[in-house]
Design a protein around this ligand. Sequence first.
Ligand SMILES: NC(=O)c1ccc[n+]([C@@H]2O[C@H](COP(=O)([O-])OP(=O)(O)OC[C@H]3O[C@@H](n4cnc5c(N)ncnc54)[C@H](O)[C@@H]3O)[C@@H](O)[C@H]2O)c1
Length: 471
Amino acid sequence: MHITIVGSGYVGLVAGACFADMGHQVILVDNDQQKLDALNKGQVPIHEKFLPELLDRHRGRSLTFSDDLRSAVQASAAVFIAVGTPPTEQGEADLSYVESVARIIPSAINSYKVVVEKSTVPVYTSDWIRKIILRNAAPPDSFDVASNPEFLREGTAVTDFLYPDRIVVGADTERCASILRAIYAPLTDGSYYQRQDAIPRPDRAQTPPPLIITSTKSAELIKHACNAFLAMKISFINAVASMCESVGANVQQVCQGIGSDSRIGPRFLNPGIGYGGSCFPKDLMAFRAVARECGYEFRLLDEVMRINEDQRRRFVRKVHDALWTLRGKRLGVLGLAFKGGTDDIRESPAVLLVQTLLQEGCKIAAYDPAANERAREVLNASIEYAADAYEAASGADALLILTEWEEFASLDLDRLHQQLKYPIVIDGRNLYDPGTMAARGFTYYSVGRPVATSETLPLQEGAGAKKAIRS
Ligand SMILES: NC(=O)c1ccc[n+]([C@@H]2O[C@H](COP(=O)([O-])OP(=O)(O)OC[C@H]3O[C@@H](n4cnc5c(N)ncnc54)[C@H](O)[C@@H]3O)[C@@H](O)[C@H]2O)c1
């Protein structure tokens, strides 16, 4: 199948590389010439496991890069729109990038095309895309608009794409549904997974994935509802973690008890410093805005967002509890990306926390395995960028863990202890066992669990401090 993907960002580039690996001919179109030059030179603009291998395999053969949308559309049966849909100041999705792509497509229609929304868009966007294409003189039966929401997560994007829980296709005609079925056939018929050179299957993956066909409107709603539900699950467990801190309970034990209920499940019950990234914050606002437009006040979403912001404030309070005053204090920070496994810092709670702590007068040395460079574009020289976790910790009054990178969960604790001025770790991702940390000589603050310490000094942390674990 000949496919065009418009937008070569986190979603478009991964989708393009994966479609090529599934045996399709893919043209990736972008209007960022610098990005295209980098891709053509063999550079990989984002940090994503398996992406360099896939690009090496297919670049210049079944995967090409172009700024010529018209020629790409002419050569393709399906055109996936994967451009950004950032929030406007009012919190709605800005669909101007989607519209500008839709306006060019009609002049390139030389045979039946399926125009596929891959970007996350509000319900009714497919109707608008159709109207725009018709307004620009395309014959009504020369195209269909479908919705194929993307559920990949940054950090595991390639395996999420190739081993999805499900594939959702919103299509209002059988002609259009059959093209999307054919595109995903290597996954749904299992043939991709038989190949010797297939990207390795992650532990949890079940193959082949089901393909769920819905109306386009339902598919558009599925994506927004899915992200809103996941964000709600995070805020829910963060609220429970706050209760645990007040009463001296342990959220890890509570999660085990809740998550083993098969109706709830253990995934996404990870208390921390709140969700971030380029999707959840903007998609929740967009979902609330579209609900309001349709006459429904989705107040539950307001509360999910409020709890999320509160979670960052609570973390700053923890830093105060550990260090008393903050002006002039030196903090080591582990993690700047919004989550582990990615270099993406968009709406990263780690970056937002660093900015707050800088305002409080702290000096910060931070280390992220992949996001130092991107963070430098936002934080400039306001912080020091360390070469590893131990350099970030060197001479610090406390170490803050803000992103759940695997390497942060297996630090050499003796070396860390030696580096720090005071052996205080404030872990926003619950990567360590409190008892172990206390036994290794740290005072250890985490989320929703009692403070653990080997100190005999009085602890300053709400009622939970009374239940501190001492080694
Ligand atoms: N990042 C994720 O984890 C994720 C997951 C699922 C869905 N999504 C959704 O997918 C969409 C894309 O997200 P992303 O993170 O890949 O964005 P991104 O900002 O990384 O990439 C968007 C790309 O589109 C290009 N672009 C913009 N306008 C263009 C135009 N007119 N013609 C050609 N190229 C154009 C940009 O240059 C950029 O390379 C968004 O709607 C997002 O909500 C993202």
